[in-house]
Design a protein around this ligand. Structure first.
Ligand code: ATP
Length: 241
């Protein structure tokens, strides 16, 4: 569903991504992990069609994000680390606006109570987005990602700033997306969460993929039977330094 092939991204003379390739299939949650500056956000922004790759290809359910961005984006949901929201819309107006952009207003009208309830936004539905707390804003962004019929979901550090109940709800949501056949890519520094939530991880360092697989596969490759993801991650990323 999400195929990244030989992705290269240069910021002027600095090469942030040097030939990154990985895949996320329908029905799986893949964790994108790596030290600060590894290139995770750059890779996600390229996948979301916000940054133009210097080289390589990104396919969203078969549609090329550069060559056919409208079709690719109609199948894609992206929640950035710091969501940019429309400050002067109310919470409900915001969700409605996003639903209109994706031409799914009918579904929104049917599902809005459920969505607002699920993200604990019922009491805030008529408040301006500008007046929301950081965690509430994150919840609005996640709710927006669930409005249209996306099949590929990209989340950049989605659990930062959300309260424990919100995190639990979010994890349930991701599991639901996976169970209904969606492909989920989530970047996180929370390795214990990644270990429990993700089916596989892609580990990046210095703009490259240094390893990928299930925890069991990574343990075997590092001869670290029984180790947790944190220890395997440190072994893999410190070797690269
Ligand atoms: P973190 O875990 O700290 O969020 P990351 O893995 O998401 O890091 P990126 O934000 O993708 O890493 O950054 C990868 C590299 O690209 C870093 O060296 C960063 O300084 C550089 N970089 C990112 N954005 C730009 C930009 N707009 N201009 C120049 N260099 C950039």
């Amino acid at each position: 569903m999400l195929q990244v092939e030989g992705l290269v991204k240069d910021y002027k003379k600095f090469r942030a991504l040097s030939g990154v390739s990985f895949e996320v299939k329908g029905g799986e949650i893949v964790g994108l992990i790596g030290p600060n500056g590894a290139g995770k956000t750059t890779a996600l922004r390229c996948c979301a069609g916000i940054l133009r790759p210097t080289g390589g290809h990104i396919l969203i359910s078969g549609s090329d994000i550069v060559l056919d961005p409208a079709r690719a984006k109609s199948k894609l949901a992206y929640v950035p680390e710091v969501p940019s929201l429309y400050e002067l819309l109310t919470v409900e107006e915001h969700l409605k606006f996003v639903a209109m952009c994706y031409d799914t207003i009918d579904q929104f009208e049917m599902r809005k109570e459920e969505l607002l309830d699920r993200y604990d936004l019922l009491a805030k539905r008529n408040e301006l987005v500008a007046a929301l707390s950081k965690g509430m804003r994150q919840k609005v962004a996640v709710a927006c990602a669930m409005i249209h019929n996306a099949v590929v979901f990209l989340f950049d550090e989605p659990m930062i700033g959300i309260d424990p109940a919100g995190v639990a709800e979010f994890k349930k949501e991701l599991a639901g997306v996976r169970d209904s056949g969606g492909a989920v890519l989530v970047s996180t520094h929370l390795l214990d969460t990644a270990e429990r939530l993700c089916d596989r991880v892609v580990i990046m360092a210095h703009g490259k993929v240094v390893a990928e697989g299930t925890l069991e596969e990574l343990r075997r490759s590092q001869h670290m039977e029984g180790a947790d993801l944190e220890r395997v991650f440190l072994a893999l990323t410190e070797e690269g330094d």
